[in-house]
Each structure stands twice: as structure tokens, then as C-alpha cells.
Design a binder for this molecule. Structure first.
Ligand code: DSN
Length: 416
């Protein structure tokens, strides 16, 4: 993390003060939101670079603006690193973020009104997998699968029967609150049976896939979409990986179908993140994220918490707080005061609303980047337990006390 540069303080003290306060906040708290992380100083330097000054509509060698002497090799480098890291035939590194990347899939493969099969949002899917309030649910015909009530896990027999009945053109697998390994081969068999394009949205687990801590979708899925800023630890951006046969349709969908010029500073930072993710130390990181999540889940189970699916295989844990008599939102707000950053989340079959649901979503990517290990996870579980109990009784003194203990631990683990 950089110190606020003096030109910013000189030009805009208000923004400089907010930046400095955010740096301090990110240092002090235990960040357990599973979709967040800390980028390296190198990624941050590339993000805040003069590549932001340049327009580059088009693709390398085919641009609508001159002056691409450095951007063309930059984008070629980033795409090549993405292909190499994930073993993909084609990579597009231009999508502005995960939702635009998924929209490009619709534009490439579907006409308005055609059918898409995705995981239901309250069950762990993403808005762009065909949820009602999303353009993907309004302009296409969404059909859905979920998880079983008894196991909290995806039931491929259900997915297959919906697919056979509804004949989707595209099937999405992956999601935002899926604590278990995704069976890409199982989804691929269903997609092949109904003649659908299989899209694996690995936004959450891309870093685990890159580091060998989750099976890769690349051998199975026609298309893989991902953000670059979650477990992959890059800048806020996205990529689409695909088989060569789909390259042209996807590239056209991204530009000129949906976007104008790519954000070249983001492309630079993606390239840096990809080279970092190709190092042996990143493999260690990915496996440590999973080991920490397993240890944190064990610590919560030992304290009597209900975890959706009974635990985790990856970086993410979904707590159902129903038996604790406190909503996810009240718990998340109390935890925030206690220096533990989480987000409230629906749980499968949640009787409450998405804005005040029963669940809490946590994960270990960011604290693992700070160097916390398995031994620290029981401390975190204990603090979460104390804060959730204090949320129920409105005990602010306990929350402030926990915040001090959290800050002391985090001070031993500097931000990269
Ligand atoms: N915002 C992402 C997440 O937190 O999982 C999903 O869009």
C-alpha cells in the first residue's frame, strides 16, 4: 500500500485525507469479505500509471487511435500471460469488470428472450446469471437451479432435469456464495447433453484455480469469465478465457458490442498480477487461503455455528445466524465495529429479505495475504463469536474491546 502521494495532498486535501483514512482502516481491521484482497505495491503502481491517459479502442494491431506503441505489447503480454496461467486457448483482458464480462457472453451467444440457466441469486449465484432485477433476467429468459435444502450443495440431477426441460442455450456455473468445489466436468456433461454453451464464472476462485487449490474449469467449459481482483489479487477488472472457436464472437461482444476503450492502466495491473500469480509463492498463498478457511470453519463449528453445507472447500464460509437470534445485517454491523469486516448475505431458502437476511459471508483471501495462518483462525472465530453475541445484547463495550485485540493482531502482519 502506498503512502498518500504529496501531489494529491497538495491538490485535493479532502480526497487525500479520505485516502489516508482508508489506508489506516485497511491496516487496522481483519478484512473477511471473501471477494476482497490487498494488491501488491507493483499492481498498485501499474493501476495508478500513465497508461490511464491513453485511448485504445480495438485490439492489438487493429486500433482506432494512434500512439499504441506501448499499449499493444502491453495488452498482448497480459492476454498471453492469462492464456499461459490458465491453459486457455484465448483470453480477452478488456472487460471493465465481472458483470460486463458476463454481459459479453450473452451478447456473443444469445438473442433477447432466449433461455439461460444459472444458479439462483439467493442460493449463491450472481445477478448476471439471469436474476430478475438484472438486465440478464429482464432481456433473456432465465431458468434456475439452487442447492439442496438438506445438504446446502448443488444437486447435478436437478441441474440436468431443468436443463433437459428448458433447453437453455447457455448454462452458467459458479457464483458469489458457493462454499464448495464446483464440479465443472459434471456441468460440462449436462451442457453437452442439451447442446448449451457452458460458462464457468470463476470470479471468486480464480486465484485458487491459478494456484492449484481448486480444479480448473478450462478443460471443461466453453467460456470462463472472472474478475481479476478477488483471490487472483489483481486490480478491479475482468477477463474472458475461451476456446479458440469462440474468440471472435466474444471479442466482438466486448468491443464494439459493449465497451469503448479498454482501461489500459488496469490492463497493465492485470499483467503484473498474472506474473505474480504464476510464481511458486502464489501456489503457497492459494493453498494457505483454503487451509485458513477450513480452520476458521472448524473454529466456528466448534462454537456451535451453522454453516451452509456444513463447512467449506474453498476460501468462503456462509454462516446461517438464525439459531443465534440475530440477523446477518445486525451481526455484520456489530462485527464492523469490532474491526472485522464481513458482509451480510442471504442463505439458501432464506425467509428474510436480501437487505436484512439471515446469513453472513466471510472468507480468508485478504487476511491470508496479510500472512495470518491457521493458528490465527481460532482467534478470529472467537472474536466473531464474541461480537455476534454482543450484537444480540447491544454490548458496544465488548465490540470496542474486540476491535482493539483485532488491531493488535493485524499490526503484527503488515499490509503488502
Ligand atoms: N461483488 C461480488 C462479490 O462480492 O461476490 C459479486 O458481484
Amino acid at each position: 500500500m502506498t503512502v498518500a502521494p504529496s501531489p494529491l495532498a497538495g491538490t485535493d486535501p479532502e480526497v487525500a485525507a479520505l485516502l489516508s483514512a482508508e489506508e489506516d482502516r485497511q491496516r487496522r481491521v481483519a478484512r473477511l469479505i471473501p471477494s476482497e484482497n490487498y494488491v501488491s505495491p507493483a499492481v498498485l503502481a501499474a493501476t495508478g500509471s500513465v497508461f490511464t491517459n491513453k485511448y485504445s479502442e480495438g485490439y492489438p494491431g487493429r486500433r482506432y487511435y494512434e500512439g499504441q506503441q506501448n499499449v499493444d505489447p502491453l495488452e498482448t503480454l497480459a492476454a498471453g500471460r492469462a492464456r499461459a496461467l490458465f491453459g486457455a486457448e484465448h483470453a480477452n483482458v478488456q472487460p471493465y469488470s465481472g458483470s460486463p464480462a458476463n454481459l459479453a457472453v450473452y451478447l456473443a451467444f444469445l438473442q433477447p428472450g432466449e433461455t439461460v440457466l444459472g444458479m439462483s441469486l439467493p442460493m449463491g449465484g450472481h445477478l448476471t446469471h439471469g436474476w430478475d432485477v438484472s438486465a440478464t433476467g429482464r432481456w433473456f429468459r432465465p431458468v434456475r437451479y439452487g442447492v439442496r435444502r438438506d445438504t446446502g450443495r448443488i444437486d447435478l440431477d436437478e441441474v440436468r432435469s431443468v436443463a433437459l426441460a428448458e433447453r437453455p442455450k447457455v448454462i452458467f456455473c459458479g457464483g458469489t456464495a458457493v462454499p464448495r468445489t464446483i464440479d465443472f466436468a459434471g456441468f460440462a456433461a449436462i451442457a453437452a447433453e442439451v447442446g448449451a454453451v457452458l460458462v464457468a464464472d470463476i470470479a471468486h476462485i480464480a486465484g485458487l484455480v491459478a494456484g492449484g487449490a481448486h480444479p480448473s474449469p478450462v478443460p471443461h467449459a466453453d467460456v470462463v469469465t472472472t474478475t481479476t481482483h478477488k483471490t487472483l489479487r489483481g486490480p478491479r477488472g475482468a477477463m474472458i478465457l475461451s476456446r479458440s472457436e469462440h474468440a471472435k464472437a466474444l471479442d466482438r461482444a466486448v468491443f464494439p458490442g459493449l465497451q469503448g476503450g479498454p482501461h489500459n492502466a488496469t490492463t497493465a495491473a492485470i499483467a503484473v498480477a498474472l506474473t505474480e500469480a504464476a510464481r511458486p509463492s502464489f501456489r503457497d498463498y492459494a493453498h494457505a487461503v483454503v487451509a485458513n478457511a477450513a480452520a476458521l470453519a472448524d473454529g466456528l463449528l466448534a462454537r456451535g455455528y451453522d454453516l451452509v453445507s456444513g463447512g467449506t472447500d474453498n476460501h468462503l464460509i456462509l454462516l446461517d445466524l438464525t439459531s443465534r437470534g440475530v440477523s446477518g445485517k445486525v451481526a455484520a454491523q456489530a462485527l464492523d465495529r469490532a474491526g472485522i469486516e464481513t458482509n451480510y448475505n442471504t442463505v439458501p431458502y432464506d425467509p428474510r429479505t436480501p437487505f436484512d437476511p439471515s446469513g453472513l459471508r466471510i472468507g480468508t483471501p485478504a487476511v491470508t495475504t496479510r500472512g495470518l495462518g491457521v493458528a490465527d483462525m481460532d482467534l478470529l472465530a472467537g472474536w466473531i463469536d464474541r461480537a455476534v453475541a454482543a450484537a444480540g445484547t447491544g454490548d458496544a463495550a465488548t465490540l470496542d474491546h474486540v476491535a482493539k485485540e483485532v488491531a493488535d493482531l493485524m499490526a503484527e502482519h503488515p499490509v503488502p
